[in-house]
Structures are given as C-alpha cells and as structure tokens.
Design a protein around this ligand. Structure first.
Ligand SMILES: NC(=O)c1ccc[n+]([C@@H]2O[C@H](COP(=O)([O-])OP(=O)(O)OC[C@H]3O[C@@H](n4cnc5c(N)ncnc54)[C@H](OP(=O)(O)O)[C@@H]3O)[C@@H](O)[C@H]2O)c1
Length: 382
C-alpha cells in the first residue's frame, strides 16, 4: 500500500495501491459480497457478510484492510445506484434517472490510442482488472462505433469473477458492417443502437452476415469451433450455455425472440431510437440523453461508457455521467486519438475541478471524478 500526500482542499483522498496478483487477503470475499449486492440489492444480511445497506447506501461491516476499504469506496457508487433503483417501486423506477460512469485509459498527454487507432495497451494489467470490475457491476457497457472498428472488442468480464454486462454499440447512422465479434460470439446480449431511420439497414446487414456465417459454418470440419467463439461463446463459463439460459439473458433486456434477426442471432438486437440523430442537423453528434433513456427503457439503468474519446466526450457534454474514471498511464503517445475533447473556458479559474479520489493501479493512476456537482460547458464534441 502506498500513501501519498493528502490534498483535502480538493477533496482528494490518499491513493491506495492494489495489484491483481496480490490483492489484500480480504478482497476476494468482499468482491463476492459486492457481486451478491449487485445481483440482489435488497438481500437480507447473512452471517459473515461484509456489507450492509442503510439510507447512505452500502457500507462495510466490520474491519477490512485499508486497501479493500479504499477499493470498496470506488465501487460503492455503482452498488448504491442499483440499490436506489431497487428501492423505488416499479412505477417510480421507470421514471428514475439512469446512472452512468465512463472510463478512459489515457497517456500523460491525454491520448487513448495512437493516431493509427492502436490502444493495446495504453494502461497496465491492474487497470484492465479494474475495468472488468466496472463491467461486472454495470447492467450494460457502451462503446462508440469507432472503438468497435479499431478494437473489435468483446467487452466481457474475463479477468474477474462476475457477470458479463449487456454490450451496447452506439452506431447512430449504422455505419458498421455487422461483422464485429461481439455481434456473433453469443457470449452476452448485445444491442446495436441506431437512429430509427437507419435501423432497418443494420438489421439487413446482420442477416446478411448471418447468412454468410451459416454457409461458412457448414464448411467447418465436424467439432471445429470458430475462432471467435473459442475463448468466449460456448467455452466461457460466464456466458449463457443453453438455449434456455440465452432466452433468460435475452428477456433481461427485452430482446424480441420472435424477430427474424434474433432468430439468426440469438443474442443480438438492433435497438432503434427515433430522434437519436437530429434530422435538422445530422452533423451534430447523437443525442446521448435519448440513447441513455432508451437503454433505461430496457432496464439497463447502471451503465459503463467505455470509450472512445468521442463517445465519452459526448456523454460528458450531455451531462449524463455521474462519475468519470480517468486512468493515466506513464506513457507519451504524441499525435494520437484524444480522450476528452471539449473547448473549455478561457480562464483557469473557470475550469471544472470535480471532487476526486486517486488510486494507484500498478504503474497507472486512477482519477475517480465525481461529476454530480461539476458543470462542464462543452459543445464542440457534438
Ligand atoms: N484507451 C481507452 O480507454 C480506449 C477505450 C475505447 C477506445 N479506445 C480507442 O479509441 C479509438 C476510438 O475512439 P473514437 O473517439 O475515435 O471513437 P468512438 O467514441 O469509439 O466512436 C465514435 C466515433 O466513431 C466514428 N465512427 C462511426 N462509425 C465509424 C466507422 N464505421 N468507422 C470509423 N469511425 C466511425 C464516429 O463518427 P460519426 O460521429 O461521424 O459517426 C465518431 O467520431 C480507437 O482507437 C480505440 O482503440 C481507447
């Protein structure tokens, strides 16, 4: 554990280090209790539990190591958000504000990838574990289309115990070709989020890719597993394994099992959102508040926005983020892809200084920013 100088005037807590290879001895049990709180926020306390909920949300019961206590505080807002949703009655829950955290791993000079789009890896292994913990505690993880093109990500929780989130690809104008791995690996329900005017094109593309895939599958030797499903899909213990488990996972996000697209792709659906793109000014970015509301309408109320820089900046500008996790790695990228992009004010005195907590993640530093009181004037990213 490393303790650095406290700067109380900024509300910055002491940084605490944690390594995935040698977590504090009490962390695995605490993490399991956090997963249980995630799955059933109203569960009654059980003997030996380390968590209890009261009006202030979740709190630790009994003594915990300093590192586990500090990490609990980082993840507590996600658990509290779920608790607040669960406490509301169902009618009120439908009106409750969704909750979102964004995460970016960036260089010292503020880039999330090289100019060519390479982001493997900006940050270190400890930061990857932290990211997967965030995924495990959220209903859904959302990425922009640019990230899907550059990274072809899986967005699973393979580095930690915990459920995979629903995966959401924000692609307002349906510019993707439908071949991304996460649309075909059947590991977790996946939503392709498009403006209503482009949704049919996305569905048609999915069906075309499915038809091609079916033809290719016929050519595979008996028992051979397509590469994209080897590590996740059927071989992944955290993925739905049976037809009925996949049906349950689909129902959890209201995926319409009767639609022809779903018949071909049992875990993916095009989610059509009217007005996602401003018809009067299509060059403006997507309406992020509308996107988040559409996900909340599917019961996806605790969200992780995982990049890239354009998408996180749009969320920040739209005021839909409660927290921002910036993980800064000791690397200089130069002319790379930017993380946060916003014009900002002319005077330092007018710049936003949100309350922050620092945590050491191996060689990286996590800045956990509380945006609830931070007003960020930003219109250029839209
Ligand atoms: N280090 C990290 O934490 C992290 C996390 C995620 C991603 N990344 C990296 O960030 C980069 C992507 O981020 P980003 O900010 O550029 O984009 P993004 O936020 O992932 O996606 C939105 C951007 O992608 C564009 N886009 C839409 N369809 C596209 C297509 N078919 N091909 C290419 N671009 C398309 C959008 O343009 P329109 O608005 O015009 O449609 C918009 O500018 C990648 O290099 C990825 O590796 C890093």
């Amino acid at each position: 554990m490393i303790a650095l100088m406290r700067t109380p005037e900024l509300g910055v807590a002491d940084p605490v280090a944690i390594s995935p290879d040698s977590p504090p001895g009490d962390w695995p049990a605490l993490w399991q209790h956090m997963l249980r709180a995630r799955a059933d926020p109203t569960h009654a306390p059980i003997p030996g539990t380390r968590l209890a909920a009261d009006d202030g949300g979740w709190r630790l019961v009994g003594a915990c190591s300093a590192a586990s206590t500090a990490w609990f505080e980082v993840y507590k807002p996600l658990l509290d958000a779920r608790l607040a949703q669960a406490r509301a009655n169902s009618a009120a829950a439908n009106r409750a504000k969704p909750w979102a955290v964004a995460q970016l791993g960036q260089s010292l000079d503020g880039c999330v990838a090289t100019a060519a789009g390479d982001s493997y890896f900006v940050t270190g292994p400890e930061s990857l574990v932290h990211l997967h913990r965030l995924r495990a505690l959220c209903d859904a993880v959302l990425v922009g289309a640019g990230t899907v093109v550059a990274d072809n990500p899986l967005l699973t929780t393979r580095h930690v115990p915990g459920p995979h989130p629903v995966r959401v690809v924000l692609d307002p104008a349906a510019r993707l070709d439908g071949s991304a791995r996460l649309m075909h690996d059947a590991t977790a329900p996946t939503l392709w989020l498009c403006d209503g005017r482009h949704a049919d094109a996305a569905r048609a593309r999915l069906e075309a890719v499915a038809a091609k895939g079916a033809a290719a599958d016929c050519q595979l030797a008996s028992g051979e597993v397509p590469a994209a499903t080897q590590r996740h899909g059927k071989g992944d213990p955290q993925a739905p394994q049976t037809t009925s488990e996949r049906a349950v996972a689909r129902r959890a996000v209201g995926v319409d099992a009767a639609s022809p697209t779903v018949a071909a792709h049992p875990m993916v659906e095009v989610l059509s959102v009217d007005g996602l793109i401003d018809a009067a000014d299509p060059r403006r970015g997507p309406d992020m508040a509308r996107a988040v509301a559409a996900l909340a309408g599917r019961g996806l109320r605790v969200l992780l926005v995982e990049g890239g820089g354009v998408t996180v900046s749009r969320c920040l500008a739209a005021g839909v983020l409660e927290r921002l996790h910036l993980v800064i790695a000791p690397v200089i990228i130069g002319a790379g892809r930017r993380g946060l992009q916003h014009p900002g004010p002319a005077r330092m005195a007018d710049c936003t200084r949100p309350p922050a907590r620092r945590m050491v993640l191996g060689d990286d530093m996590l800045w956990d920013l509380d945006l609830r009181t931070a007003a960020i004037a930003n219109d250029s990213a839209r």
